[in-house]
Design a protein around this ligand. Structure first.
Ligand SMILES: Nc1nc2c(ncn2[C@@H]2O[C@H](COP(=O)(O)OP(=O)(O)O)[C@@H](O)[C@H]2O)c(=O)[nH]1
Ligand SMILES: [Mg+2]
Length: 265
């Protein structure tokens, strides 16, 4: 296993897809493959992605959801699809299509996982001198409140749960954490960490605190054209309660079925 699968959820991204950036990234790193998941887009995303993936079928894959299902399910579908060939990919990531986190960080994440025994690298948007992290002021403060609540809920000192750039080692518990549809959509990253914490609690997964690193990004750009609306923050509030209930019940995702290749434990 030497390759990395990067899942890119795409919903109406026709105008925001920087295909040249993906071209450069695939040329520079042949062992990194991209899985674009078109989530029932109503613009020309399907045509743009299909034509693009035909340029380099060894590294670029096109997947289509039958209908718009939300980012969480698009990411989950892409991850499960990539891991169907469980021995092919050592690492799997998801990455926002707008490249708010630049693709140059994909190999950085790979190196971090290779150099350590961590299972998860999460991009973290920390405003520090000398770094280029540009967020709208309101989103920054709402994000900080959200992250503090998430950290409290998970009892995990995590700084940024919502950055759209995360990479995972292909382990049985990571496959298990992605094996069932998420209860929530916008904050599925929090549910994912919650699932891994529940697996740890049951003695069926690694210690999340010891196997996760947050990587302070050098560059993060608030790319215009976000589909997140104020109503989504309200929805995220309700979604919090669903995760709180999941943590209270303490039931992790079911064990993987042995007849499904990507779900083998
Ligand atoms: N599958 C899916 N992806 C979405 C949806 N909305 C946004 N995305 C994807 O999620 C990623 C981040 O979306 P964006 O609107 O930039 O969110 P923001 O960066 O948090 O403001 C991008 O890759 C989008 O294509 C959706 O309804 N379905
Ligand atoms: Mg964005």
């Amino acid at each position: 296993m030497q390759t990395t699968a990067v899942v890119v959820p795409c919903y109406n991204e026709e105008k925001r897809l920087h295909l040249d950036e993906f071209r450069k990234a695939t040329e520079a790193h042949p062992a990194i493959h991209y899985f674009f998941v078109n989530d029932g887009s109503t613009d020309k995303t399907a045509e743009v992605l299909q034509a693009f993936c035909e340029e380099n079928p060894a590294q670029l894959y096109y997947l289509a959801m039958p209908q718009n299902s939300g980012k969480a399910e698009a990411v989950r579908t892409g991850v499960c699809h990539a891991l169907q060939h469980e021995n092919q990919y050592e690492f799997v990531a998801f990455w926002d299509a707008d490249l708010a986190t630049p693709l140059s960080d994909v190999p950085t994440f790979v190196e971090l996982l290779q150099a350590t025994n961590h299972n998860i690298v999460m991009g973290s948007r920390v405003k520090l001198l000398g770094r280029n992290v540009q967020r709208q002021l309101m989103r920054h403060y709402l994000g900080r409140i959200f992250a503090t609540c998430a950290s409290f809920l998970l009892k995990l000192p995590v700084y940024d749960t919502q950055c759209g750039a995360k990479m995972f080692r292909n382990t049985p518990e990571i496959r298990r954490a992605f094996s069932e549809p998420f209860r929530v959509d916008w904050i599925f990253d929090v549910e994912l960490l919650g699932r891994l914490l529940l697996l740890e609690r049951q003695g069926e997964g690694a210690k999340v605190l010891e196997t996760t690193i947050e990587y302070p990004l050098q560059t993060w750009t608030d790319v215009p054209g976000s589909k997140v609306r104020p109503a989504h923050f309200i929805k995220a509030g309700f979604e919090f309660f669903k995760i709180a209930w999941m943590m209270f019940r303490g039931k992790p995702p079911a064990p993987l079925a042995s007849n499904n290749p990507h779900q083998k434990s």
